[in-house]
Design a protein around this ligand. Structure first.
Ligand SMILES: [Mn+2]
Length: 394
């Protein structure tokens, strides 16, 4: 009985609860003044209860139609905590940024104060970030890592998007200080996972973290704003290389859903405009590339550009468009660190190659970083990893 009552009142929406209370009041009043219609009133009340239960059941089963466990956990936790902090990986990209913007929409719908933590290097997402920054609706939403670390305590929930590796997290202090951390990622397990995260959801069948977040949004029937939908679409476009890879029916239906929410695909495409310096660095990397073996091409992106690793990633993308290239591996060195971007058309598993040298990612897209090593040493390590991989698969 206690359970039934809890179910009746706990699961019902406020309107359903008021409806039941009104019916109960109707029964009491009619029994006092018009005993003859008690039976009619009781039947009406019973009917109302059954109808409300059915409606609630239909609504709740529809509510979490996609990834019910993950969606339920995210919603339950957001409701439970006083503040929510959303965070991506270091050197934010469109996917981590878009995913945070999508979760922000859920927090807003649930009336929860939430903030998006922005690191120091936001070059890659500057254009979309600026669109949010000039919009008054997002006043005070973005905070720096230092501000967040000061404010976060046990009353705060942290949701980490697009990575689960501790070395890539924007702020590990935020996770340490928060009451709870949930991780939403689509990358294969790579490296040491973040410590102190209560729930880690790694769903590798999603093309991007943005697609994963869009699934949560549609599952809990929260509509993102058109700008948030644009950020989510941009994230999906980056991780699917403009719908060139990992783009099945589910990716296109998610893109259609985001367009229905107001995302402008042309505006999203415009976000990818490059700078002349980056394009030059990319072109140099493409020109100096050398085929290693079995369609694996190597190159070095030689530039003093502050964001050379972006040119490196784009060069790796572009090399894949060359006939005969199955996988591309591009290296660059910036402030003591060697960055590696690897791409593949799906026939060579670059994740398996980079995992051997401490990197991670996906079959078609992977990366690695090496501190205190020179390009030559990294080049040798990578070629050894390629050899090992090729012997293993052939
Ligand atoms: Mn991603």
């Amino acid at each position: 009985m206690k359970c039934t009552l809890k179910y009746l009142f706990g699961e019902l929406k406020p309107a359903g609860r008021i409806f039941i209370l009104l019916m109960a009041l109707f029964v009491i009043v009619s029994s006092l003044f018009m005993p003859s219609i008690i039976i009619f009133a009781l039947i009406s009340a019973l009917f109302a209860v059954v109808a409300s239960l059915l409606i609630t059941h239909v609504l709740s089963s529809r509510k979490y139609s996609i990834e019910p466990e993950m969606t339920k956990e995210v919603i339950k936790s957001i409701k439970h905590f006083k503040y929510v902090y959303l965070m991506g990986h270091k050197r934010a990209d469109f996917d981590s940024f878009g995913a945070c913007a999508g979760i922000y929409a859920i927090c807003r719908a649930l009336g929860k104060e939430s903030h998006i933590i922005m690191g120091t290097d936001i070059f890659a997402v500057k254009d979309i970030y600026d669109k949010f920054a000039i919009n008054k609706e997002y006043d005070g939403v973005f905070v720096t890592s230092a501000e967040a670390e000061k404010k976060i305590d046990s009353q705060c929930l942290v949701i980490l998007c697009d990575t689960h590796a501790s070395r890539l997290v924007e702020s590990s202090v935020a996770i340490e200080k928060a009451g709870k951390t949930i991780v939403l990622d689509h990358h294969k397990e790579s490296g040491q996972p973040v410590e102190g995260a209560e729930k880690i959801f790694i769903k590798t069948y999603f093309s991007s973290c943005c697609e994963l977040v869009a699934a949560i949004l549609s599952s809990c029937l929260v509509k993102p704003s058109s700008l948030e939908a644009e950020a989510l679409l941009a994230g999906m476009m980056v991780d699917t290389r403009n719908f060139g890879i990992n783009s099945g029916e589910h990716v296109f239906s998610t893109a259609a859903y985001l367009c229905r929410c107001g995302a402008d695909s042309v505006a999203a495409r415009m976000l990818f405009k490059s700078t002349m310096a980056l394009e030059r660095a990319k072109a140099n990397a493409v020109e100096s590339s050398k085929m290693y073996k079995k369609g694996v091409i190597f190159s070095v992106c030689d530039s003093s550009h502050k964001n050379v690793y972006l040119a490196c990633a784009r060069a790796a993308d572009e090399l894949l468009d060359i006939k005969g290239v199955e996988a591309s591996i591009v290296m660059c060195r910036y402030s003591g660190t060697v960055y590696v971007s690897a791409r593949s058309n799906g026939r060579i598993d670059v994740e398996s190659i980079l995992k051997r040298v401490g990197g991670g990612g996906h079959i078609t897209m992977a990366g690695a970083q090496f501190e205190n090593k020179d390009i030559q040493t990294v080049d040798t390590l990578l070629k050894k990893a390629v050899d090992e991989y090729l012997t293993e698969v052939n």
